[in-house]
Design a protein. Sequence first.
Length: 171
Amino acid sequence: MSLNGSQFSMRAFPPRWSLIVCLLLGTVGCASKGNISGKVLYRGKPLPGGTVTFFSVEGKGAAFPSPIQGDGSYSLRQVPPGEVKITVETESRNPAPQKNPQAAAKARTYMEMMQKKMKEEMAARGQGPTPMQLPSKEQYVPIPASYKDPEQSGLTYTVTGGTQTHDIELK
């Protein structure tokens, strides 16, 4: 076999080197997944409820949602490394009925989809179900609608392998 006019032979690589090269190539792309936790803050104060979701930029729509606890904390496990776009929503904690029936229906559909997706993602990662909190006035804080859209939120993060902390500051 000839490469660029030079002779190339598989005999140039002893069998043990071939094994090492194959093992190294086999580990490419097998980077460990990330476990991320942090707090969601709105205007410097912990956001007491809602959902934070990491959307994989490279994963073609893979979503990793987490409920926001009363102290503003969230936790995600087994998120693949790479760039993510982040959304935050609090409408799921709004106990008041919405005046616009179409908006209410959209919000219900969105929340049902996110809850189903969250259960599926957690089951796929071997996590048990996370108890969903019932909405209360103390948990609902209205935030700008742009934070619900991964293309408009302006929130991004680079997930790496292992345990990491990432606080999310909403203005």
